[in-house]
Design a protein around this ligand. Structure first.
Ligand code: ZN
Length: 400
């Protein structure tokens, strides 16, 4: 059965071959977003079959009129920690009255996650994924990292894999309390028995990537040498690389990610000129994924997206949905922050949360024939409303 979608006032395709090609002001974004106005889309068998002006649309078995709404590629949330139990709202409240964040609260989520049953964790993850879909996210990456034992990390990855193919092994999230006096033994566990178990049934049978919280300023996270050890072991085992870097201060994370060819280095809040140069040189390989919900939720300075884009860096946006530093699953919220606080245009922010975040997962996210039909629809005529109507639930995944 084929379905013809009409009544699309504005279609974002992310396809550079589309759009009106005019030298539009940057915030219109026609060229960047490949916008088609008064568009139609034909969907068949879960894929896009045809895209173009409504006046040229072919016939289909069924038709649906979207009533003058904007359609965009579904958001690709390329950085989340959805497998956790417990409640850290009191920690958030304490931060808002001046307690700084140092990564230590992760241990609270580790204890609660270890204590939860499989069924409880599964229900929590499913609820969070549904919450994201209701806000326009159709693709999600999920990390482990609240288990931190071999069995608990495997369990987290298995539960994540039930809802997405984009799973990341984050055994090196923090050093768990039981290893606080022997950090090297924990790195050995992550790079040895844990990694062996994660890849036992084939390199990407349980995780597609490995990640590390590289943050020498946190007593709980990993320094540059430890991070290199984790990433090199993951790469040797066949996993793609991701890095949490430069979140709390200047450090080696960004340069390490670029040197090792990581797909993404995430946070990038504190960057010196050499970090920006390394990211610009790594364009096409390493994406800088900015997570402004974290700066919002930790009352920290925002990363300078404008500086990165102007330097030629690939910039993505994601939620970092997690129980400590950002319990928001909302990509529209991240887009609004990026536009209001980080110097991104609305078009750049939407592109970052779809095309660029997709690339960081090894995906192509265009609305073009042969692509999966993963779309979101706005109760508004233009993508500009995503930031303009901040906090209003105007976007949702399109159920086809
Ligand atoms: Zn994270």
């Amino acid at each position: 059965m084929s379905l013809l979608l009409t009544g699309i006032a504005e279609l974002t395709t992310n396809d550079p071959a589309r759009g009106d090609g005019h030298a539009a002001p940057a915030d219109r974004g026609d060229a960047l977003l490949g916008i088609v106005r008064d568009a139609a889309v034909v969907v068949a068998g879960g894929e896009i079959a045809w895209v173009g002006p409504a006046s040229e649309a072919p016939d289909a078995d069924e038709r649906r009129d979207l009533g003058g709404r904007a359609v965009i590629p579904g958001f690709v949330d390329s950085h989340t920690h959805l497998v956790f139990a417990g409640d850290r709202s009191a920690e958030f409240a304490a931060r808002m009255t001046g307690t700084p964040y140092d990564g230590g609260g992760i241990a609270v989520s580790v204890a609660a996650t270890r204590a939860a049953s499989d069924g409880e964790l599964r229900a929590l993850v499913a609820g969070r994924v549904a919450e994201m879909r209701a806000q326009g996210t159709t693709t999600v990456e999920i990390k482990s990292g609240y288990g931190l034992t071999l069995d608990d990390e495997l369990r987290s990855l298995r539960i994540a894999r039930e809802v997405t193919p984009h799973t990341t092994f984050l055994g090196a999230h923090v050093v768990p309390r039981e290893y606080a006096t022997d950090r090297a033994a924990y790195v050995d566990l992550v790079t040895g028995p844990m990694l062996d178990a994660v890849t036992a049934d084939g390199p990407t049978s349980l995780a597609t990537s490995i990640d590390v919280f590289c943050e020498p300023r946190s007593a709980h996270a990993f320094d540059g040498d430890e991070s290199r050890t984790v990433l090199e072991a993951g790469r040797a085992a066949g996993l793609a690389l991701r890095v949490h870097g430069n979140q709390l201060g200047h450090g080696p994370g960004v340069r390490l990610a670029c040197e090792l060819g990581a797909r993404s280095v995430d946070h990038c809040t504190y960057l010196d000129d050499s970090d920006v140069e390394a990211l610009a040189a790594a364009r096409g390989t390493t994406v800088a994924t900015l997570l402004p919900g974290v700066e919002f939720s930790t009352r920290s300075p925002y990363p300078d997206a404008r500086r990165l884009i102007d330097a030629g860096v690939d910039v993505a946006l994601a939620s970092d949905c997690n129980p400590g530093t950002c319990y928001s699953s909302s990509i529209p919220f991240a887009i609004a922050l990026a536009v209001r606080e980080m110097g991104m245009t609305p078009a750049e922010a939407l592109h970052a949360a779809t095309a660029v975040s997709a690339r960081s997962l090894g995906l192509d996210r265009r609305v073009a024939p042969g692509q999966p039909a993963e779309l979101a629809v706005l109760d508004a005529p233009s993508h500009l409303h995503l930031a303009y109507r901040a906090g209003v639930p105007i976007v949702r995944a399109l159920d086809l």
